[in-house]
Ligand binder design. Structure first.
Ligand SMILES: Cc1cc2nc3c(=O)[nH]c(=O)nc-3n(C[C@H](O)[C@H](O)[C@H](O)COP(=O)(O)OP(=O)(O)OC[C@H]3O[C@@H](n4cnc5c(N)ncnc54)[C@H](O)[C@@H]3O)c2cc1C
Ligand code: FES
Length: 502
């Protein structure tokens, strides 16, 4: 067994109490039903309730334990390198709206913290995108030029407080970082009462549009005039968001660092091998968070490897050796670089979605809450057109849709050929795909020797799941659904468990 660094839990979750809200019993009626208790759902619920609407947040597990409970929690409009590209792809006005809306998301977080005096380690920080390779310097300079043109607080710097030399960096002033769960749990506590609700352990299975809409859950029905589907990737397939985005999983480790050795600010490198770096208050000192090693969900089985690489990097570059945490999570990356925020389809008048944050959902998720609450309240919003979730996506065609699913079926399906055909080949502590009499079985034998077998076919759109060894889960390479070793759905878009097998 490889020794992995730190406890396998998100620092944000480990350092906050478990808060329990009751499940839905029977049925309720509200103005707006909000499915999903992450940053999108809780921000939208807070704004709508403040505007006088009654809301019901419906969460399948516990709030802020999804992606928002596992983020790096930088709150910034500096999204690695994007502005030069956006200007090229969409023109200066649309790029300016992207910049403005993300700055607005950042300032909305600051406003909630200030107004409600939220104790969530919120601090203003500079954000940097750096390169340690001379070849990339031109890209950095172009990004600074683009960002300045769009009115962002950007400058070019050659030095930072990182303990290694860089060639140059984009610096954004007056950005922020926070403890995401302290912040969101505070917002959540204010939601129930006066006709509004927050339900946990209540899984939504279906939404029927009508007057009112009906949100059908495993515990009962919520009726509402409008519905926001804030389930990360929408659980409803009609908008084809699973084909307009792809799920990227990425890893984070947390190590104790002396204040004198800690860098000041929030940092991210460029290219696929980037590292994301920040610190956060921890006990009487600081915890250094380092993220990276991203890959498409379900395409890597030996998921110990990314943690070991991050550990080696942290030791080498920062001289740290006391590793406290490790965790990982995933986000939907939008193929055209813009998130999808708005109506589910052109035919839907009352069902809304927000997805495709491309690993920058603290500002985009907050901004989604602002935009969706404006749409529901009938307030004109300057960003609505840019992020319109029903916008034309020429890259999504019937052929690409078929390919999208086929790729997943084949990627893992091919690996079934020639693999285990008998459950006796699954060793203790191992997860394996096994074909028995033509049935694809996902088999895990725990360390005590007990075998857990479920169908390997994802209930979403029938791709074959793949084993994730560090997290002991079955991950779907098609659209990112994840299941525990015994088949319980732990991440959508699937709304059903893997079927029991044998
Ligand atoms: C490694 C990593 C680091 C990141 N770091 C940053 C960062 O530093 N800054 C930044 O801006 N962004 C960052 N992001 C991105 C950001 O964390 C996400 O974009 C954001 O948290 C997504 O929020 P959400 O509300 O859409 O999803 P979630 O937080 O996942 O919320 C969705 C909720 O819906 C619930 N749900 C799902 N299905 C159902 C159902 N059927 N019924 C009821 N409820 C359901 C889930 O349980 C979940 O609680 C990072 C992403 C990754 C992968
Ligand atoms: S997540 Fe879509 S097929 Fe598995």
């Amino acid at each position: 067994m490889t020794n992995l660094p730190g406890k396998p839990i998100s620092f944000w979750i480990d350092s906050t109490p478990n808060i329990n809200f009751s499940s839905l019993t029977n049925q309720v009626t509200v103005d707006v039903a909000i499915i999903g208790g992450g940053i999108v759902g809780l921000t939208a619920a807070t704004l709508l309730k403040r505007a006088g609407k009654t809301v019901a947040v419906i969460e399948s597990r516990h709030i802020v334990t999804g992606v928002s409970g596992h983020t790096t929690a930088k709150v910034t409009s500096l999204h690695q390198l994007i502005y030069a590209d956006l200007i090229k792809q969409f023109g200066q006005e649309k790029a300016r709206l992207y910049a403005e809306s993300n700055q607005a998301g950042l300032e909305q977080v600051a406003k909630f913290v200030e107004e409600e005096q939220i104790d969530c380690d919120f601090s203003r920080q500079s954000a940097y995108t750096y390169t340690d390779k001379e070849d990339n310097l031109e890209q950095i300079k172009q990004e600074v030029e683009a960002a300045v043109k769009l009115g962002l607080p950007a400058s070019f710097v050659r030095e930072t407080t990182l303990p290694f030399p860089i060639f140059g960096a984009v610096k954004f002033d007056n950005q922020a970082q926070f403890h995401v769960r302290k912040y969101l749990l505070h917002l959540a506590k204010r939601i129930p009462d006066n006709g509004s609700y927050l339900f946990e352990n209540t899984r939504v299975e279906k939404v029927e549009e009508g007057s009112p809409c009906q949100v059908i859950t495993d515990k009962g029905i919520v009726r509402a005039q409008d519905v926001i589907v804030a389930t990360h990737l929408p659980i409803l397939d009609q908008g084809l968001f699973f084909a307009k985005t792809y799920p990227k999983r990425s890893y984070i480790i947390g190590a104790r660092i002396e204040r004198a050795k800690a860098p000041e600010g929030m940092f991210i490198g460029i290219g696929e091998q980037y590292r994301s770096i920040r610190t956060t208050p921890y006990q009487d000192g600081l915890l250094l968070l380092i993220g990276g090693e991203g890959h498409k969900v379900g395409t890597v089985s030996e998921t110990e490897e990314p943690y070991l690489k991050l550990e080696a990097y942290a030791r080498d570059k920062f001289g740290v050796d006391s590793f406290e945490y490790r965790w990982s999570t995933q986000d939907m990356v939008s193929f055209d670089k813009l998130p999808y925020i708005g109506k589910l389809t052109p035919l839907n008048q009352h069902i809304y979605v927000a997805t495709g944050f491309s690993l920058w959902g603290m500002t985009k998720g907050t901004m989604s809450g602002m935009l969706l609450s404006d749409l529901i309240l009938g307030i004109k919003n300057p960003w609505a057109e840019l992020y319109d979730a029903t916008r034309a996506t020429p890259f999504v065609t019937p052929t690409s849709l078929k390919e999208n699913v086929d790729v997943g079926i084949h990627w893992v399906g091919d690996r079934l050929k020639g693999l285990a055909t008998s459950l006796s080949e699954v060793a203790n502590g191992e997860g394996k795909l096994v074909t028995v009499k033509g049935e694809k079985i996902a088999a895990y034998r725990d360390t005590q020797g007990t075998l857990h077998t479920v169908s390997a076919v994802c209930p979403h759109l029938a791709c074959v799941v793949n084993w994730n060894s560090a997290e002991k889960s079955w991950d779907c390479p098609c659209h990112g659904s994840r299941f525990s070793y015994d088949g319980e759905v732990i991440h959508g878009p699937a709304v059903k468990d893997l079927e029991k097998s044998m």
